[in-house]
Design a protein around this ligand. Structure first.
Ligand code: NAG
Ligand code: NAG
Ligand code: NAG
Length: 435
């Protein structure tokens, strides 16, 4: 891999046709030349099974306990079941909820609920029975990679994860996330060994990129150099997005949500994982009221004003924020691909300070979720770090957060980066400059 330092560059790729990405097939190589790919999908794009033990005490409706002792069933995402019986929605939210155990210092399932991630190691668990996930999860990317010769289980692997759990700072318990890191390490090693010991390419979307970056930062440098050729991080900023600061105050939502993940009080460890980072947004006013403005530094106070408990606010400060602030260079070749040119929440105005009201929104540039400030900060927080030899940032105009893995043009760009025979050679840099 890159032994000598490579120049860092920012490629602004506008939406004009580029000769080099005109055809998906142009870069197709014989399968034995393809570096193995491991995919990490975004939030909510992994499937979870659950089973209920006799310990489970339903609090929504007694029928929520109907599956006690009856084995595993699909908890997320079971679109068909919820379409057929909308009364199940609050029940599924109850089963998905996490509790924080202060003795263990960690999150876990509600007592009596056991959960497991479906089809780890494969990409089969990325899709659900909900047709909408085709555009928001990695199904089209999997098809595009298969279109250039990748084969599931041979050189194409998936690392689904339980998206309710987040990494904790070193020294704090995060059992489920640590288990995922161990499984991912074994998967990467096996993927390499099955492919003539070639190092792998990690391709991630959204929250998957944050998790992969934590994974790399916690792996020994020698391991990273041996096993990871290239980290293609799609739709992940260096410091989250302002839109996530909309909590709806402390009132229960009305009408009740039709999606279990939209229920309040789910207590997911990831609830605050992509809130705006002070490192990226600094003192900019993100939430404006008559009496007071809130910047990324004021998030603890803002959470309190939105009805979160002192314990929840403390967990943001001690568990989430330190991980957010550590986001940095993974020390392997990185290519970031993000969409821009889509109206993105940049500031929320709750003039009367009623956070349950509909805010007046000031829009700025971004991918509709992640702000451009968060994308540009990748250049400094990753690209400019001394341990980062190779870094490239590609911004695709007029492309949304999900569009990067579902629009044809963007998919071709992602596949091109995966196929790039050297990932980081000067030759390749020159080609991109011409284009
Ligand atoms: C969804 O739930 C229904 C009924 O609860 C069940 O029969 C079905 O197998 C589940 N879907 C999946 C994909 O497991
Ligand atoms: C809040 O921010 C806005 C926009 O930058 C500014 O005009 C206003 O003076 C600030 N208000 C307070 C109370 O600091
Ligand atoms: C942006 O993309 C949409 C949908 O793909 C298209 O209709 C529109 O013309 C594009 N706009 C620009 C400025 O390229």
């Amino acid at each position: 891999m890159a032994a000598e330092a490579q120049p860092r560059l920012l490629v602004l790729l506008l939406a004009w046709p580029c000769l080099f990405v005109g055809s998906l097939a142009c870069g197709a190589a014989a399968a034995d030349l393809l570096h193995p790919v491991v995919l990490l999908p975004g939030y909510s794009c992994s499937q979870l099974d659950a089973r209920l033990t006799h310990e489970f005490e339903p609090s929504t409706a007694p029928s929520c306990g109907a599956r006690k002792g009856k084995g595993w069933f699909r908890l997320w995402k079971n679109y068909t079941a919820l379409q057929e019986d909308p009364a199940l929605v609050p029940c599924y939210a109850e089963l998905l909820r996490l509790v924080y155990d202060p003795v263990a210092g960690d999150y876990r399932d509600v007592p009596g609920v056991e959960t497991r991630v479906v089809a780890f190691g494969t990409t089969r668990g990325f899709g659900s029975d909900d047709p909408a996930t085709k555009n928001t999860c990695m199904e089209k990317l999997v098809q595009a990679l298969e279109g250039v010769g990748y084969r599931e289980g041979e050189n194409l692997f998936g690392a689904p994860y339980d998206f309710r759990y987040a990494p904790a700072p070193p020294g704090q318990a995060s059992r489920e996330f640590s288990r995922f890191l161990s499984k991912l390490r074994v998967l990467v090693e096996q993927a390499s060994e099955r492919n003539g010991n070639m190092p792998v390419i990690l391709v991630t979307h959204s929250l998957g990129g944050i998790n992969a970056n934590v994974f790399l930062s916690r792996s020994p440098l020698a391991w990273r150099r041996r096993y990871v050729k290239h980290f293609v991080m799609v739709s992940t900023g260096a410091g989250g997005g302002v839109f996530l600061l909309q909590f709806g105050g402390s009132k229960p939502p009305s009408p009740p949500p039709t999606d279990p993940l939209s229920f309040p009080k789910l207590n997911f460890a990831t609830a605050f994982s992509a809130l705006p980072s002070p490192k990226v947004f600094g003192h900019a006013p993100l939430v404006v009221t008559r009496a007071k403005n809130y910047s990324a530094y004021d998030i603890p106070e803002y959470l309190k004003a939105n009805g979160f408990s002192d314990d929840e606010v403390a967990r943001y400060v001690t568990r989430v924020l330190p991980v957010t602030l550590r986001f940095g260079a993974p020390g392997v070749p990185v290519t970031c691909i993000n969409g821009i040119g889509v109206a993105t929440v940049e500031r929320l105005v709750y003039w009367d300070g009623d956070f349950g009201a509909k805010p007046q929104v000031v829009y700025g540039d971004g991918d509709g979720a992640i702000n451009i400030a968060s994308m540009l900060a990748l250049d400094t927080l990753i690209g400019a770090q001394p341990e980062q030899d190779y870094f490239k940032s590609i911004l695709i105009h007029n492309t949304s957060h999900g569009g990067t893995i579902s629009d044809d043009f963007a998919l071709r760009r992602v596949v091109k980066e995966v196929l790039d025979p050297n990932g980081n050679s000067m030759n390749d840099v020159n080609k991109k400059q011409q284009c």
